[in-house]
Design a protein around this ligand. Structure first.
Ligand code: GCW
Length: 674
């Protein structure tokens, strides 16, 4: 991936770095520092073909690395001030009078500083005059694995789990160790290592049967400043010890969890806490006992609190058994309706984890109105790096532009400037804890992410959680240079492919924000009425007159009322609603004219013909790189693009035929519709 450390061939750059790294001093009395030092050694050896000469004393060194406590006596006033303004995980990298300093507020800060320095080296930046002060914007920067003990990965498109195999935790943990390196290099500081759907055997992860080995995994991650979390089964007391109830207000149940948590911390002193998917898609939860989510989360929070543990409670709660005749129930409303009334009831160590959109990681959705709507409840936004609905790592879909759009969305919850980015950074409401989480896209495939170019999504996710102000283009450039080198042609072409890919994917799949239309269950490939005739509550309501979901206040489900003004007005009024989300909010006739001048039906035809052609363009761009690309990666991506083309064709033809038959309105340009 991006830590492959290709040798630097430019003599000038190589010399510059060798000069900076002449005599380096670093004290390795901590596992985090040791990992960081190892990383620096590997990077320097491979990129510069050079062994670092480690100095014993700060005085003898020309590059001083350490945390601010141990270097206190050697820092200047200005450096101390800079550090004082930075968060715990922050760091500075500076050159003063021919001497370089890399100082972190904590050991984790030192490690992030070293990763930053290595990145500069990979980017071949001039190291002679460094003046960097950096810190993460978000407190929680989390990855969720949806891995199961049998080795499968729910919504995994990159082979099997790197954590589990055939019902056991893997013995050889080399890949887990490498994964920790990757994650720390992009700033991730928390990981949950099992699926939020906790099945029978995984329920026992919090018992002696598995804790010793989970501790080994926790130690690996700890040495990269990443805290380990586990997803738990809310009904654990019943399953594990035969209690008659899992009622969160029952004394025996509370005591059970108290003992359980004590046992976990015996094994893993820096254990992060629990992730809970409760009362969602048939998972057990407090509803069974007539309790609410706050009752459930708080019971766990109380027992975790003495250890500084957290409860991350997911808000993906909705009625997945909807009757199609019931037009008042709206899945999009569910998270807000369930959780907003509970604001103020959750303990300080509870964080609500909320998907970026109100439905489920579609190619285009509005931002979830629950984000920011609870001023007294810690929140984490949840993204999906795994491309469940966005091409499953067969189709190219660089998701950073999508996440940036979400983060930039202004909720107006406390007036203009109340963006999602500021909300999850804890700057709008005073959250004690907040940040960003995402479902991982890795597996045991040799290239980790199925599609090699899908590595850019994991890389970008981490970089964005650290610094949401980075542009999609900057992130793409960094990733391409680290992964493919810095040849101008390669950089320009892959960048073009990445940056256009989300829109292309949207063009040939579901139109205008209506979403879904995927094959039920597997969620790849088109099946326009697949979910229309199932009970999951994800309708498009296409008939011979028109299409879209009326979510307005006056005639629809009233979902738009969950937004603050002016968003409420913009989404609620047909003429104000942006084209890209039109069918999410309104049901309109096929001949309705969009802001871009096209009718809805003509837009459907145009985008679907265009999307397919754009995939052909992607193939042409990639093919033109054959002479500068290694054969393995060239062939691999070529093959994925071919499969993408087949998929795009299928979507184009099914969508166009479907809507032509429904509407009876022909394509203005008479292109072939089957
Ligand atoms: O996107 C849906 C997925 C489920 C997943 C669920 C969730 C882990 O299709 O596979 O279950 O969301 O987020 O809980």
């Amino acid at each position: 991936m991006w830590l492959q450390y290709e040798p630097i061939t430019e003599k000038k750059v190589k010399d510059q770095y060798q000069r900076v790294l002449r005599h380096v001093v670093i004290k390795e009395d901590d596992p985090i520092i040791l990992s960081a030092k190892n990383e620096l050694e590997i990077a320097v050896k491979e990129m510069l073909d050079y062994e670092i000469n480690w100095a014993e004393d700060v005085q003898d060194a020309n590059f001083v690395i350490g945390n601010k406590k141990e270097l206190a006596g050697f820092l200047e006033e200005g450096q101390r001030c800079l550090l004082a303004d930075l968060a715990d995980e922050g760091f500075i990298v500076q050159t003063i009078n021919q001497k370089s300093y890399l100082v972190g507020n904590t050991d984790a800060g030192v490690m992030y500083g070293i990763h930053h320095f290595i990145r500069l080296m990979q980017m071949k930046a001039d190291p002679s005059q460094l003046h960097i002060a950096d810190q993460p914007k978000n407190q929680f920067r989390m990855i969720n694995q949806w891995d199961n003990l049998d080795g499968s990965v729910e919504r995994g498109y990159s082979g099997k789990s790197i954590f589990y195999q055939n019902g056991k935790i893997v013995k050889d943990k080399a890949r887990i160790h490498d994964y920790a390196r990757y994650l720390s290099s992009i700033g991730i500081n928390s990981i949950c290592i099992n699926n939020v759907n906790v099945w029978e055997e995984e329920t026992y992860f919090i018992t002696k049967k598995y804790l010793p080995e989970i501790k080994e995994i926790a130690d690996i991650f700890s040495s990269y400043a990443i805290r380990l979390y586990l997803s738990i089964n809310f009904a654990s007391p019943i399953t594990i010890d035969g209690l008659s109830t899992a009622d969160p207000l029952d004394g025996e149940v509370k005591q059970w969890w108290k003992d359980k948590v004590a046992e976990i911390y015996d094994y893993i002193p820096d254990f992060g806490g629990f992730i809970v998917k409760a009362d969602s898609e048939h998972r057990p939860g407090p509803f069974t006992y007539n309790r609410d989510h706050a009752d459930g989360a708080n019971m766990l929070a109380e027992v975790l609190e003495p250890y500084d543990g957290k409860v991350i409670w997911r808000c993906f709660v909705y009625n997945c058994l909807q009757d199609w005749r019931d037009r008042a129930t709206d899945r999009a409303r569910a998270a807000y309706d369930h959780f907003k009334p509970l604001d103020g009831r959750f303990h300080e160590n509870v964080l609500l984890q909320i998907k970026n959109g109100p439905l489920d990681f579609q190619v285009r959705e509005p931002v979830s109105p629950l984000l920011g709507a609870m001023s007294q409840t810690n929140q984490l936004i949840e993204f999906q790096v795994a491309q469940e609905y966005t091409g499953q790592q067969i189709d190219l879909c660089y998701l950073i532009p999508q996440w940036k759009q979400v983060l930039a969305f202004d909720t107006h919850i406390k007036g203009p400037g109340s963006t999602i980015s500021e909300i999850v950074a804890g700057n709008i409401h005073v959250y004690k804890h907040s940040g960003i989480a995402a479902v991982s896209n890795i597996g045991n495939d040799e290239n980790w992410t199925g599609h090699t170019l899908a590595q850019a999504n994991l890389y970008g996710y981490g970089r964005l959680t650290w610094d949401p102000s980075l542009s999609s283009q900057q992130i793409a450039e960094e990733w391409i240079i680290q992964t493919f080198g810095n040849q101008k042609e390669v950089l320009a072409k892959i960048e073009k492919m990445l940056l256009s890919s989300w829109k292309i994917y949207e063009n040939y799949t579901a139109p205008l924000g209506v979403g879904w239309m995927v094959t039920p269950g597997i969620h790849y490939g088109p099946n326009i009425d697949g979910y229309e005739y199932s009970r999951w509550g994800t309708y498009h309501f296409a008939d011979r007159e028109g299409i879209g979901v009326d979510r307005t206040i006056e005639t629809g489900t009233g979902y738009t009322s969950q937004y603050e003004e002016p968003n409420r007005f913009i989404y609620n009024i047909l003429s104000e609603c942006p084209d890209e989300l039109l069918l999410f909010f309104h049901h309109v006739p096929y001949k309705y004219t969009l802001k871009n001048g096209e009718t809805v039906i003509q837009h459907i035809y145009n985008t679907h013909f265009k999307g397919y052609e754009q995939v052909e363009d992607l193939m042409d761009i990639w093919n033109s790189l054959e002479h500068v690309m290694d054969n393995a990666r060239f062939k691999h991506v070529q093959d994925r693009l071919y499969r993408q083309k087949m998929n795009a064709k299928e979507w184009r033809d099914q969508i166009n035929s479907y809507f032509y038959r429904k509407s009876g309105i022909a394509d203005q340009y008479n292109r072939t519709i089957y």
